[in-house]
Design a protein around this ligand. Structure first.
Ligand code: NZQ
Ligand code: ZN
Length: 387
């Protein structure tokens, strides 16, 4: 097992009705800016619950953060924060709103041009970000219990990530009741995103980190079990609760400790969102199967372990099990009505592989994957296989 350090300071308030408790988590004298997205929280009662919980606090509002949080919009929120002496942020939304708030938390205390915190290797250290909490409305990204974030800039077709130990939420409310109002395609996205988060930290080479591997496998199995129940028309509280907690556990840092991790699927997937606006989770479903086929030799041991322990496939050689594993993965995405080929999302896909190869070369991203040896040319081939 590799050496590791692990600290996750985010307090989780989990369960029905927990939103009412947030007033105790935020200092009474805070000047709060509540930040939300396109308005779903006004239709499903979450906005009213938050307003009610904080009725004795000084709270301002900023709405309109779009999916794949947009730099231009966030810069307006940053101006509001500075002009109104805001000193506490509250994200009420999915990964996009939470990521937007992390960017604001970092940018509020940064003196240079805000975009620099995404383009220069600037990590936001403890005590350097503005404090914030979150009320999660869409289980998917794990952003509610980690310190990373991803910001888009339409002007330049860029989607870049950053983070640092200063950007963990102080608290996050996870009330599974929020799942009631989420459209089915977004629930499917949430399952696929969390599932792929586990894969990025697991589908490398077999390791000696037995506990981390078995926790990862358990999250995959629990997501598979919850999937048909949360996709069904009738609301199932316990299925929603399991789905929600799996998404958080998939990317709160625990399963990546002591092991090597990949993250190439996300790096490539973000480019598909930047160029075509394809939902984040769907870009992962497009890239993951091709990535595993292209890197079959280095990943086949772990693919076979996944086939055995997660899908119960015990027959066949390592290669046969590994091949079945990739097919099962595709079938799982299809069961969520998620397509796994780029051509199913856009007719305009010709040239995508070249574009991404060039972008990665320009950014000096010359060695992706768990062994840091996938070149932009390899990325070209993976993307081409996903057409
Ligand atoms: O904007 P509103 O009106 O709130 O509607 C949202 C949005 O349209 C809607 N929604 C959210 N909760 C709802 C709801 N609709 C009805 N009822 C509810 N309870 O869902 C839509 C999508 O929301 P969004 O926040 O964009 O989705 P998601 O949570 O999947 O976040 C995606 C973003 O997170 C980034 C992605 O790249 C993408 O930008 N990621 C962040 C990560 C992190 N910070 O750790 C890791 C991930 O890999 C990912 O890259
Ligand atoms: Zn993701």
């Amino acid at each position: 097992m590799l050496n590791f350090e692990f600290k996750n300071p985010t307090k989780i308030l989990f369960g029905k009705g927990e939103i009412a408790k947030i007033s105790k988590e935020i200092p009474q004298d805070a000047r709060i800016l509540m930040i939300y997205g396109g308005g779903s929280i006004k239709n499903n009662g979450i906005y009213d619950q938050v307003k009610d919980a904080l009725k004795n606090h000084d709270m301002h509002e900023f709405g309109g953060v779009p999916a794949n949080p947009e730099y231009e919009v966030l810069v307006k929120a940053l101006q509001y924060i500075k002009e109104n002496n805001i000193n506490y942020l509250l994200a009420v939304g999915g990964g996009s709103v939470i990521d937007g708030v992390k960017f604001l938390s970092a940018a509020a205390n940064y003196d240079g041009e805000p975009w620099e915190i995404l383009t220069k290797p600037v990590r936001t250290m403890e005590g350097k970000g503005m404090p914030f909490g979150t009320v999660l409305t869409l289980p998917a990204t794990g952003s509610e219990m980690n310190s990373g974030y991803v910001i888009s800039r339409r002007e330049t077709n860029e989607k870049l990530s950053s983070g640092g130990p200063g950007l963990f939420p102080q608290f996050s409310v996870l009330d599974p009741e929020v799942v009631r109002s989420i459209p089915k395609n977004q629930i499917a996205n949430g399952i696929a995103d969390a599932y792929t988060h586990v894969l990025e930290q697991y589908m490398t080479a077999p390791s000696s980190a037995d506990l981390q591997e078995r926790i990862a496998e358990s999250i995959l199995i629990s997501l598979q079990n919850a999937a048909p129940k949360v996709m069904a028309d009738d609301f199932d509280y316990d299925a929603a609760a399991n789905f929600m907690w799996c998404c958080t556990m998939a990317l709160n840092g625990l399963i990546q400790k002591g092991v090597i991790t990949d993250w190439a699927v996300h790096a490539i997937g973000h480019e598909l969102t930047a160029h075509y606006g394809i939902d984040h989770a769907r870009t992962l479903a497009v890239i993951a199967p091709s990535h595993y086929r292209y890197n079959f030799e280095t990943k086949k041991g772990k693919l076979a372990q996944y086939a055995e322990r997660v899908w119960g496939i015990s027959e066949g050689s390592t290669e046969e099990k590994a091949e079945k594993a990739i097919t099962r993965l595709e079938e799982f995405f299809h069961s969520l009505e998620i397509n796994t080929k780029l051509s199913e999302y856009t007719e305009d896909f010709a040239g995508t592989a070249e574009k991404i190869e060039r972008t990665f070369t320009d950014r000096n991203w010359l060695g992706l994957g768990e062994n840091k040896n996938l070149t932009p040319k390899d990325v070209y081939k993976i993307v081409e296989m996903s057409y």
